[in-house]
Design a protein around this ligand. Structure first.
Ligand code: SF4
Length: 155
């Protein structure tokens, strides 16, 4: 902060912290953002913390943006299958969840050196459209005003 930055890239800033101090750190960052008129790019896999901090979410899978929208819109109405998977995998500390099975997609993210043809998520996607998703990369489709998703389900 001594250098008075205009932009901070915060890559998983609270992922290694105890849950009890995460909110404090995010509040601190939020305070700095307001008092110093800062832009912050907050990178995380944990969508449960994003709502405290961000105005817009850009969801990335294997190096490609697959969904972008305002935070509340995206969390209320996610469209891309990978965004659904991320939200499903987000932990929710409710004792009732102990016996609940989370239906996350099988497999691993692909190699970025040799990514699959078409949609990069297609080897793991339950909704894959044969001879389309595995051949042609989807463009962005606007599903609501200012809400875009790169998925052939919304063509
Ligand atoms: S484009 Fe096809 S494979 Fe990719 S996320 Fe959409 S439905 Fe699934």
């Amino acid at each position: 902060m001594i250098l008075e930055p205009k932009l901070i890239v915060a890559d998983e800033p609270v992922s290694m912290l105890d849950a009890s101090v995460r909110v404090e750190i995010l509040k601190l960052l939020r305070g700095l953002q307001a008092s110093h008129d800062l832009a912050v790019i907050y990178i995380t896999h944990d969508l449960s913390t994003v709502r405290y901090f961000s105005e817009r979410i850009f969801v990335m899978y294997a190096g490609k943006l697959v969904e972008k929208a305002k935070v509340n819109e995206l969390l209320r109405d996610p469209r891309h299958p990978y965004t659904h998977a991320l939200l499903t995998a987000t932990s929710d500390p409710d004792a009732e969840n102990a016996a609940t099975f989370k239906d996350v997609p099988p497999g691993e993210p692909p190699s970025l050196i040799n990514p699959p043809l078409g949609c990069r998520f297609h080897p793991r996607c339950h909704h894959v459209i044969e001879r389309l998703c595995d051949v042609k990369e989807p463009p962005d489709f606007e599903v609501e005003p200012e809400h875009f998703t790169a998925c052939w389900l919304y063509r």
